[in-house]
Design a protein around this ligand. Structure first.
Ligand SMILES: [Zn+2]
Length: 246
């Protein structure tokens, strides 16, 4: 007996599908006894990229056996906020998002740091290191390389579509709904360390006297020890941030 089901993939899971079936209900016949995991796999979608399966509105596991007329919705590991609010997921994966950028996304990494997001980047990281850091730190691997992201070992991934870094950061903010989590100047652009306010006393021996005279607020990177004050580059950076966010 044939089982008729309807399946729909959400968000970046569509990247795995051929263009004619993206972002729509797909009607499909399967054999009796097939699991929803087998069905998903038959579309070429890596199971590691899937976080949530809803069958007729109820959350289901990969080994759920398909029944006639099932309506299946498949969501990626990092769904948008609006899905979480309506879905039945337990242990929602929403948390403090952390990123790792591949070796082609150095400028995106700096932008994300500038906005306060914990973002690893080093152009020496090869694919194996990227995947292992992404998994061990629970970092979302950002890449424009589809082949890299198809690696089944990756559990958190996002395929960046835009080519220009300013557009890329807007894309990531929008996709993960991060605008309200922006904390400008809270992270070091060079090393990703946390930047904190420090008393003048603790830094004055390390910077020029005239800077001390015209500034009364200083911050320091806990990673590399770099000291910051609100000089002219601060204003230009805030301007850039406003341009990205607005
Ligand atoms: Zn630093």
């Amino acid at each position: 007996m044939k089982i008729n089901t309807t399946i729909r993939f959400y968000e970046e899971l569509n990247d795995y599908l051929s263009e004619d079936i993206r972002r729509q209900d797909i009607l499909i016949d399967t054999k009796e006894g097939n699991s929803v995991g087998e069905l998903i796999y038959s579309f070429g979608v890596a199971c590691a990229a899937v976080d949530l399966i809803l069958v007729n509105g109820h959350s289901a596991n990969f080994d759920y056996i398909l029944q006639d007329n099932d309506q299946i919705s498949v969501y990626p590991v990092f769904e948008r906020f609006n899905i979480t609010s309506v879905s039945l997921i337990e242990n929602s994966p929403l948390r403090n998002l952390k990123f790792i950028c591949d070796d082609h996304l150095g400028r995106l990494a700096k932008y994300l740091r500038m906005l306060g997001f914990d973002t690893l980047y080093n152009n020496d990281y090869d694919h194996n290191i990227l995947i292992s850091l992404s998994n061990s730190h629970n970092r979302i691997l950002l890449s424009r390389d589809k082949k890299l992201l198809l690696n089944k070992k990756i559990t958190r991934r996002y395929l960046v579509k835009q080519a220009e870094p300013g557009e890329q950061v807007r894309e990531v903010l929008e996709y993960f709904d991060l605008k309200k989590n922006i904390t400008p100047m809270s992270r070091c652009l060079e090393c990703n360390g946390v930047v904190q306010q420090v008393p003048e006393e603790s830094v004055k021996h390390r910077i020029e006297k005239y800077i001390i005279e015209i500034n009364d607020e200083f911050t320091e990177c806990k990673g590399c020890g770099k000291i910051f004050w609100k000089g002219s580059h601060y204003d230009s950076m805030m301007k850039r941030i406003r341009k990205i966010v607005d």
